[in-house]
Ligand binder design. Structure first.
Ligand SMILES: [Ca+2]
Ligand SMILES: [Ca+2]
Ligand SMILES: [Ca+2]
Length: 593
């Protein structure tokens, strides 16, 4: 056995770090309460806290037969006609779940929601899809969760046992995972709390946040846990959102993610959903290697009026958005389950946004069990909506990319639309093979001037004629090595041959680093999705206005990821105004040239 060095990972949605955590491993109190908990589990298992594993299997076997009375069973009713229209949930908190159905309650914007009723009306509720909540545990005995709890797919990596039950603290600090779980799959019509986005889906608990320090091994084990039983992993945590951290997955975790997307779900690829971060305008989620990864779908949030939340981070790797709190009225938080059978109306942060997306993706998987991890990203791009999302400070506007897809630096391609995603998922044909083209490098010291921008260009054929030819983009990465007297004063923009300008690094006023800089850091953009990559790419480097700085770019490598073949040729277009129709037309026009 070997000891791993620990590092810090924080929940998103909780701004305050309790002293015991902040003090780290030196905190004796923390350590002793921790060993007490372990000891209590080892000695005598309290049946009120932990059940034998078979208990949950029994519950699930029982509950599954209940589900089968729904849409999927081959009863005469189901063979004869369409499934009955589900009634609006009768759960007491449903009227507060404006993110599911926004009627304009509490000053919100009517119809600004996830459009889940349109997905439910298609007979899709998440049946037999499992989402794992990687967090501080899940109160799996909560009456709104217990029947959807997938014990077989669950584990406790914080204390190495099969029971990811949250550790008790007086301030309910460990309520985070339970709140996230309810958003995905709280039960419908049971008079308890509200209802999950995918209320017939299964939820697993992966307890891994509740120890003084994180290790690569705990993260890797969590993200690679039961990849054939778990479809979606939802993570609402990451490197500290202090606006001066540049950090990401370590070696083992990186390998676990890669294995997940390549081999998980029996080869279709696991879906990793990530909260983009709560660092507000002073942080940039492209400095968070989990959120910025191509293999995660990172999700930002909007509040009930369509504004971004004040804590929202922006970055070009964000794919789409869902909803969270932020308005003054406390009833505009996220209503969901809470610890010990309770409910809450005030779940918050991009923490609350990621599980909503996981729920929508669970619906898409039930609609089409063959969706790959890349299909899910394409579906997200094509069905997310601008709706009425806007930047409350008018910094970032909606812009059209080179093939007519609208994006916003804060919200990615817009807010998820469950109804549209399920409908398109049902018709979906898996996208063509993906290739990785190393498009070019610019090596050698280039000084960043103080009064104007530095432009570095790469002219590329995008590997035309080679094995790795890319003609239709998915993700683009600019791998950059640079140093500056103040890292937080550097801004980076990437301009594509079709003219789309992504801000791949924004100012971070708290980042005073003058020694580390960025070393081969992969800045990612989704904004050039479906564009043609051939031609001139330029990296624009500038200092923000302020005291004079010095800096050098040492290296820049452009990596293009996407398909050789046009991705949507086999898909029927039912709505001529849909994003699918727009992109398909752009691709067809291009081929005629
Ligand atoms: Ca446990
Ligand atoms: Ca309920
Ligand atoms: Ca961050």
């Amino acid at each position: 056995m070997f000891q791993q060095t620990g590092f810090r990972r924080v929940k998103r949605g909780y701004r305050e770090i309790p002293e015991s955590l902040a003090q780290g491993p030196k905190s004796v109190i923390k350590k002793s309460s921790w060993s007490e908990l372990r000891a209590s589990l080892d000695d005598e298992i309290n049946p009120a806290v932990v059940h034998p594993e078979s208990h949950f299997q029994e519950i699930q076997d029982g509950s599954r037969s209940v589900f089968k009375r729904g849409y999927n069973s081959l009863t005469v009713d189901n063979l004869v006609g369409p499934p009955p229209q589900p009634q609006e949930p009768s759960d007491p908190l449903f009227p507060y779940q404006w993110y599911l159905k926004n009627t304009g309650q509490n000053g919100g914007k009517a119809r600004l929601d996830l459009n889940v009723e349109a997905a439910w009306a298609q007979g899709i509720t998440g049946l037999n899809v499992t989402t794992a909540i990687m967090d501080d545990g899940v109160d799996y005995m909560h009456p709104d969760i217990i029947n959807n709890y997938n014990a077989r797919a669950s584990y406790d990596f914080s204390s190495n046992d099969p029971f990811p039950y949250p550790r008790y603290t007086d301030d309910w600090f460990n309520s985070h995972g339970t709140r996230c779980a309810g958003e995905v799959s709280a039960a419908k019509d049971n008079d308890v709390c509200g209802v999950g986005v995918a209320y017939n889906s299964l939820v697993a608990g992966i307890r891994m946040l509740d120890q003084p320090y994180m290790t690569d091994l705990i993260e890797a084990n969590s993200m690679g846990h039961q990849p054939d039983l778990i479809d979606i992993y939802s993570a609402s945590w990451g490197p500290t959102d202090d606006g001066r951290t540049v950090d990401g997955p370590r070696n083992a975790t990186m390998r676990a993610i890669v294995r997940g997307v390549n081999e998980g779900r029996k080869g279709l690829g696991n879906i990793y959903v990530w909260a983009s971060g709560d660092g507000g305008e002073d942080d940039d989620c492209n400095c968070d290697g989990y959120a910025a990864s191509m293999w995660t779908i990172s999700i930002n949030s909007a509040i009930n009026t369509g504004e971004n939340a004040h804590y929202d981070e922006s970055c070009s790797s964000t794919l789409a958005s869902t909803f969270s709190n932020g308005a003054k009225d406390p009833n505009t938080g996220v209503a969901t389950t809470d610890l010990y059978g309770k409910c809450t109306k005030t779940h918050s942060g991009t923490s609350a946004a990621a599980p909503e997306a996981a729920g929508v993706f669970a619906l898409a998987i039930e609609a089409n069990r063959l969706l790959t991890w890349r299909d899910m990203q394409h579906l997200t791009v094509l069905t997310s909506k601008r709706n009425s999302l806007f930047d409350s400070k008018s910094r970032f506007f909606w812009t059209m990319n080179g093939v007519g897809l609208e994006f916003n630096h804060l919200f990615g391609f817009g807010v998820l639309d469950a109804g549209a995603m399920v409908a398109l998922a049902k018709q979906w044909k898996t996208v063509p093979a993906r290739f990785h083209c190393e498009a070019g490098s610019s090596i050698g010291l280039a000084r960043i001037p103080t009064d104007k921008s530095l432009f570095l260009t790469i002219d590329t054929q995008a590997c035309a004629g080679l094995e790795t030819e890319v003609n239709y983009l998915e993700h683009v990465q600019a791998v950059v090595t640079l140093n500056s007297t103040r890292r937080g004063a550097v801004q980076l923009f990437l301009r594509s041959p079709m003219g789309t300008r992504s801000m791949i690094l924004s100012e971070r006023p708290n980042d005073a680093d003058s020694t580390d800089g960025f070393t081969k850091w992969p800045f990612m953009t989704t904004h050039t999705w479906a564009e043609y990559p051939r031609g001139k790419w330029s990296l624009e480097v500038e200092f923000v206005t302020g005291p004079p700085m010095q800096g050098f770019v040492k290296e820049w490598t452009l990596l293009l990821h996407g398909t050789k073949e046009a991705p949507y040729t086999n898909l029927p277009v039912t709505d001529p105004h849909s994003k699918l129709a727009v992109v398909k037309k752009a691709h067809e026009d291009r081929r005629k040239m």
